[in-house]
Design a protein around this ligand. Structure first.
Ligand SMILES: [Zn+2]
Length: 673
């Protein structure tokens, strides 16, 4: 049954910390600071230098920050929980038995090492045995229904043009490196060469002689490079219009010849008849269809084999796991050692049985009172955002009214879902780790396909409760704060208002702002891609946002390497709005409950110091390069030193003046939300 749940917009509530005596109030940890640094020159170093020194990078991390530390603490709690179940599988049933069994299978290194690549041998033989293009087509369907996405991918999600309905959607895919530029740009040749060596090594690990492995690697790279050329680049992918091409299956067949779409869709969804779909990136699909029809069968075999080997590698013997880490961890991110087995296995169990694990996690570790407090905080922050929108000078009343409607309609999810997903249909047993992963993939795909023909379930969660993160989803117009993030240093149950508004308050305002960033603003209150802006208001918005693009494009993250202001625009708008909005909400909380200086810092100063602490992290150069290329978020350092100079209240709070490195001239500051 579809279940909807609306959080009404209520009047400003007093933040829950108000009646606590001052001496018991949790506040900033001064050890996080480096007070020898000049905060007007490098605020990040001042606010986070102590933390960075106390948390040096270990070999298993390419970046280690506040989020990772919290995730590690959560992981210890999950370990205790999962190991407890794993030790008692003989007496357990249901989800507990599944969790325990899967962990035991994953931890059994003796069995895994003895098996080698035996768990995928049958599938490799099936690929090698393909005789016709029709066989290749059928194999593609099978792979898409389970663990891999050769050539392209499909998914089922709300229709961006009609957000209450689920829609079958195609998407560009098919490459083993995480961005097209790795295949196409000279500057990434070292990574591409390492990737080729990696592909070859993995074929050899599967028993192919060297010469054959070399030939297969060439075949794989030929197909992946052709696909990379067809893919939209990552900045274009942020424009939802470019990836939304709704049409009937008949129209798709006409527009994208060379691939039997009718047969494909019928094979993927034999029960529900798909009549309409989104073709995703249309030009990619056209080129892909041609590529599929013209590529020799022998090349496709090598390419499918590689897709299978690469998906299975983390779940096979140590030789595969280490080789996989050597490329994706060591070469691409600069990690020097793998995480210990128990951590990898906890992550894997947590990924496969996320909600059942999450249900047990919240029962043990998430106090019900926290949920109520966060809901109140969200209301305060949302009210502040509405007031700031009403007062801004650059939007017309008509667009403001639509914006307020959208803000009011945002659905808020806190802690954990009201109803839990049913995992009884997933079979977990003691055959092989890979067999379990495969059954899970099939289970997950069928779950997704089961949504076809049904209305979108707005109560569904898209993150597990134990996750240290938060999200905004534009098509359901919802924000979500899992239990995992609702703890220090984001949220202090007895915290000083200044640090809670500088922490979780900014996170809440950040997520709300996503509904109004350069991408989110393209969706209306119901989650449809529907323009609710006047032309002039849109122009004003773009002009203001452009200041952030230019500012971030100038930031040098490593000598000669600049941040990508276009790629990170949505996140930078959300950080900018998050700070301004939550700061305004703090001012209201302070009116209700005045607090003065603590440890020599004013409430405003504590707010910004608390914000900076969220982004404390150490990071390797390789990871800076990788993230600058791929990540829509700015690096931690620049979420502080790049974002704060745009915020008037920050410059005032620390008396930063013209001539100070943290200063930005008023006409260059972005004032959006
Ligand atoms: Zn964000």
């Amino acid at each position: 049954m579809r279940k909807t749940f609306f959080v009404p917009l209520v009047a400003l509530a007093i933040a829950g910390t108000s009646c606590k005596p001052k001496q018991n109030v949790e506040t900033l940890d001064l050890n996080n600071f480096d007070t020898t640094a000049d905060l007007k020159q490098d605020f990040y170093k001042y606010a986070c230098g102590g933390w960075m020194e106390a948390h040096p990078l270990t070999g298993e991390y390419s970046r280690y920050g506040t989020f990772d530390k919290l995730a590690e603490d959560n992981q210890e709690q999950l370990r205790t929980l999962i190991e407890g179940l794993a030790a008692n599988v003989a007496t357990e049933s249901g989800d507990a038995l599944k969790i325990g069994t899967l962990f035991n299978v994953a931890m059994d290194s003796a069995k895994l090492n003895q098996e080698g690549y035996a768990p995928i041998q049958e599938e490799l033989a099936a690929i090698a045995g393909m005789k016709t293009k029709e066989d290749a087509f059928n194999m593609l369907v099978q792979m898409h229904l389970s663990t891999a996405s050769p050539f392209f991918a499909f998914y089922v999600s709300s229709d961006p043009g009609n957000s209450t309905a689920n829609l079958f959607q195609l998407y560009q895919a098919g490459t083993g490196l995480p961005d097209r530029d790795y295949y196409l740009k000279e500057e990434h040749k070292a990574i591409l060469d390492a990737y080729k060596a990696h592909v070859q090594r993995m074929f050899q690990l599967c028993g192919f002689p060297e010469a054959e492995a070399v030939a297969k690697t060439d075949q794989v790279l030929k197909i992946e490079t052709a696909l990379a050329k067809l893919q939209l680049d990552k900045v274009s992918l942020r424009d939802p219009h470019l990836s939304y091409n709704k049409m009937t299956v008949d129209e798709l067949q006409k527009k994208v010849p060379g691939f039997d779409w009718k047969a494909y869709i019928k094979a993927i969804s034999p029960i529900y008849e798909v009549k309409e779909l989104s073709a995703g990136q249309l030009d990619f699909m056209k080129g892909m269809a041609k590529l599929f029809s013209t590529t020799p069968l022998d090349d496709i075999k090598a390419y499918y084999e590689w897709n299978l080997i690469s998906s299975a590698a983390p779940y096979l013997s140590d030789a595969f796991v280490e080789a996989n880490f050597d490329f994706y961890g060591r070469t691409m991110s600069g990690q020097t050692e793998m995480k210990p087995r128990w951590k990898r296995c906890v992550s894997s169990v947590n990924g496969i049985l996320g909600e059942p694990v999450g249900k047990m996690y919240v029962e043990k570790h998430f106090p019900a009172a926290a949920k109520e407090r966060i809901v109140k905080l969200v209301d305060n922050v949302r009210l502040a955002m509405g007031e700031r929108m009403a007062a801004n000078t650059w939007m017309s009343d008509a667009t403001k009214a639509k914006g307020q409607e959208k803000l009011d309609a945002i659905l808020v999810k806190v802690g954990y879902p009201d109803k839990w997903r049913d995992f009884s249909g997933l079979e977990i047993k003691d055959d092989s780790y890979w067999a379990n992963v495969k059954r899970y993939s099939v289970f997950e795909t069928q779950y997704m396909l089961s949504k076809l023909g049904k209305p979108v379930d707005r109560s569904e969660w898209h993150m597990t409760p134990q996750t240290v993160n938060a999200y905004y989803n534009p098509t359901t117009n919802e924000i979500c704060f899992p239990a995992g993030i609702l703890q220090p240093p984001f949220f202090y149950p007895n915290g000083d208002d200044a640090i809670n508004y500088g922490g979780i308050g900014v996170v809440i305002a950040h997520e709300l702002t996503h509904g109004f960033d350069d991408k989110g603003r393209l969706y209306d209150k119901d989650g449809n891609l529907n323009d609710w802006w006047t032309e002039e208001d849109a122009k004003n918005f773009e002009g203001r946002a452009q200041l952030l693009v230019e500012h971030f494009n100038k930031i040098e993250v490593l000598p000669g390497l600049h941040a990508n202001g276009e790629l990170t625009l949505g996140e930078n708008i959300a950080d900018n709005g998050g700070l301004n909005i939550s700061y305004a909400a703090l001012q209201k909380a302070l009116q209700e409950n005045p607090v003065g200086e603590i440890d020599g810092y004013t409430p405003a100063q504590r707010f910004f110091l608390s914000y900076a602490t969220l982004w404390a992290s150490n990071i390797r150069d390789q990871e800076i390069e990788r993230l600058t290329m791929l990540d829509v978020h700015s690096l931690g350092k620049w979420r502080v030193n790049g974002t704060l100079p745009h915020v008037d209240a920050f410059l005032e709070a620390f008396d930063i003046q013209e001539g100070d490195p943290m200063w930005l001239a008023p006409e260059k500051r972005a004032h959006i939300w």
